[in-house]
Design a protein around this ligand. Structure first.
Ligand code: TA6
Length: 304
């Protein structure tokens, strides 16, 4: 019997640039350009892997990641929408919104020698979702692979009233050892410290991580560079349409509580999230669009 992947390959032929197959218990799109590769799950329109040629896997993925469980997969680049973090008023609603656990549809694939691209859509705002979110919208997520991975999330208000939303492309970067990592680009930006009851703090120094970190940097459009000392690699994240950057590492105790971080997963990852959260929430009028995008590239960097 033909699988979903078989049907998609028959419908969206893009040579070797975009091929669908079944992985981790679900349907994924494999993107390839030269020796760069990426993997995107239809569930949640979630990027699960990005391997720039010769520089190793850039993204961290839970060792127990499984698609089709009804729960979001931890790792890669989850899409948090239409709220970031816990629901602002109703704790019973799913953290980070509801689109990251739902299946998106394939709208378009394209590929040539320089780029592989897939566009996914989520428009199932039917009465079942009314209780979660009483508005109408259409989402598209575009993933473009070349030497850089570009991910762009476009929200369109298809209803008759304005709505406010928060959002994040919740990127889990892979690192060799979190104790030998430096995050640059957020020096001097104010941040909400989620571990200190939302107190607003600021630091003039690059971020080094030696314990749990959960910070929402506000009013920042700057690119961030993650220096992975042991790998001698620098991962750079540039962004558009985003005023917040979130930096998170659960460290030991929270990792144990989460249960899907693996043996020492906290040592191998750091989240640098391209967001609009807190006071950076976006209000969209009927018929209007908003696009949040990130560009990730890995550089061979200094070992310092
Ligand atoms: O982005 C940081 C954060 O909001 C943390 O507080 C932590 O909850 C993390 O997201 C993971 O959330 P999740 O719902 O995916 O377990």
């Amino acid at each position: 019997m033909a699988t979903d992947a078989d049907k998609l390959n028959a419908r969206f032929a893009a040579g070797d640039a975009v091929r669908f197959d079944e992985r981790l218990g679900g349907c994924v799109a494999g993107l390839r350009v030269a020796d760069h590769t990426a993997v995107v799950a239809l569930q949640g329109a979630q990027v699960l892997s990005f391997v720039p040629s010769g520089l190793g896997e850039a993204l961290w993925l839970s060792p127990v990641a499984r698609l089709g469980s009804g729960k979001a997969v931890r790792g890669g680049i989850p899409v948090c929408w239409p709220w970031f973090g816990p629901h602002p008023h109703e704790a019973s609603k799913p953290a980070h919104g509801f689109v990251r656990a739902r299946n998106w549809s394939v709208v378009e694939v394209a590929g040539d020698g320089d780029e592989a691209r897939i566009v996914l859509a989520f428009e199932d705002f039917d009465e079942r979702l009314e209780a979660l979110w009483p508005h109408k919208a259409a989402l598209q997520l575009e993933v473009s692979l070349g030497e850089t991975l570009r991910v762009a999330l476009t929200t369109r208000n298809t209803g008759v009233a304005p709505f406010l939303f928060t959002q994040a492309l919740h990127t889990y970067l892979r690192v060799a050892d979190i104790t030998d990592v430096r995050v640059e680009g957020l020096e001097g930006s104010p941040y909400i410290d989620q571990l200190r009851a939302g107190r607003v703090c600021k630091s003039s120094r690059p971020i080094v991580i030696d314990g749990e970190v959960d910070r929402i940097y506000q009013d920042t459009a700057d690119r961030v560079r993650v220096h992975d000392g042991e790998k001698g690699r620098v991962i750079e994240i540039a962004k558009t349409g985003s005023r917040s950057t979130v930096v998170w590492n659960p460290w030991i105790e929270k990792s144990a509580r989460l249960g899907d971080m693996g043996e020492d997963g906290y040592r191998r990852m750091v989240c640098v999230e391209t967001a609009n959260a807190g006071r950076d929430a976006v209000t969209l009028d009927p018929g209007a669009y908003h696009t949040l995008s990130l560009d990730i590239r890995a550089l061979v960097g200094d070992r310092g």
